[in-house]
Design a protein around this ligand. Structure first.
Ligand code: UDP
Length: 317
């Protein structure tokens, strides 16, 4: 079996590559390193079943690249900046990788008769007015706000994926990934858990945006990979859209308190301006994932955070 993973050197991508390589699958990782890093795949690069194509998937494939990718059975499209700070900086790149990039990857899957898996996001629900969010909810998105190039381009990616499924009968699967954390995240990517851990380990004050009463539900990376793997591999799931995330919901100020306590750091907080359009509440309804994939997260937040803190304190990220 041969799998192509775009964004394979990123946080989630590199863990997914490791999972497929461990199962004896041939993996072609495509990445342009705009938000990822080579150290994530340093060990994988030594493996004979793993190859790296350095490429921006916004660009069309060359004949040489198409030969490299020929015979692929599954295309998994993860490539996109994903942290609010990164997609604010890489705004146009984000819009294009999720639109033009998704089309290029769908066309590859169609040409090769491969299964297509799209990494979508809880952001397609915007600042939700329904709680928890099930796949049936259409969302509440500002189409022109500071997060819109991410939210709307992911919504476009979902639309295009479903269009290829309906029009061409392509076997497509869409994962709506909620907040995920764990070893392999970059300390400087701007998301709340790496920010808080880095600040706490350095004895600094934790930066809470707003009053910290906004909520998120955090899924440990190993659980997320297990869900994504099941969604990719199980038969008869063409056209499926499924939430993947942890249902345990926390206020951001609770996360701050938990991390300072786990790092044995003094509880010191700096309250900063809440970014515009920051969702107030987020929690996945994972009934569908439980039924279709026989999947539910196993790692409690305290345990996952302890593992992540251990990793950050050893490696600096
Ligand atoms: N946040 C925070 N301090 C930080 C970084 C983020 O309070 O240093 C908040 C942010 O405003 C949001 C939540 O934590 O409400 C999660 O932010 P993150 O960037 O991790 O991801 P999001 O869920 O917004 O995509």
């Amino acid at each position: 079996m041969k799998v192509v993973i775009t964004g394979g050197a990123g946080f989630i991508g590199s863990h997914l590559c490791q999972r497929f390589i461990a199962d004896g699958v041939t993996v072609v990782c495509i990445d342009n390193f705009c938000t990822s890093r080579k150290s994530n795949i340093a060990e994988l690069l030594k493996h004979r079943n793993f190859s790296l194509l350095i490429k921006d998937v916004i660009q069309p494939f060359t004949d040489y690249e198409l030969i490299w990718l020929a015979g692929v059975n599954v295309v998994i499209h993860l490539a996109s900046p994903a942290s609010p700070e990164q997609y604010r900086r890489l705004d146009l790149e984000t819009a294009l990788v999720n639109s033009t990039g998704t089309k290029n990857m769908l066309d590859l899957a169609l040409k090769e008769g491969a299964r297509f898996v799209l990494a979508s996001t809880s952001e397609i629900y915007g600042d939700p007015e329904e709680h928890p969010q099930s796949e049936k909810y259409w969302g509440h998105v500002n189409p022109v706000g500071p997060r819109s190039h991410y939210d709307e381009s992911k919504r476009f990616a979902e639309m295009l994926t479903m269009l290829y499924h309906r029009k061409y009968g392509l076997d497509t699967r869409i994962a709506r990934i909620f907040n995920t954390y764990g070893p392999g995240m970059q300390a400087e990517d701007g998301r709340v858990i790496p920010n808080f851990i880095t600040q706490a380990l350095q004895g600094k004050s934790l930066t809470i945006y707003g009053d910290g009463s906004q909520t998120r539900s955090f899924c440990y990376i190993d659980d997320l990979i297990d869900g994504l793997y099941r969604l990719t591999m199980l038969p008869n799931l063409g056209g499926t859209i499924v939430n993947l995330g942890n249902q345990d919901e926390y206020e951001i100020k609770e996360i701050a308190a938990l991390i300072t306590s786990l790092c044995s750091s003094p509880a010191s907080y700096t309250y900063c301006k809440l970014p515009e359009d920051d969702p107030v509440r987020r929690r996945p309804d994972i009934t569908k994932a439980k039924e279709l994939l026989d999947w539910a997260p196993q790692v409690p937040l305290v345990e996952g955070l302890a593992r992540t803190i251990e990793h950050f304190s050893q490696t600096g990220s």
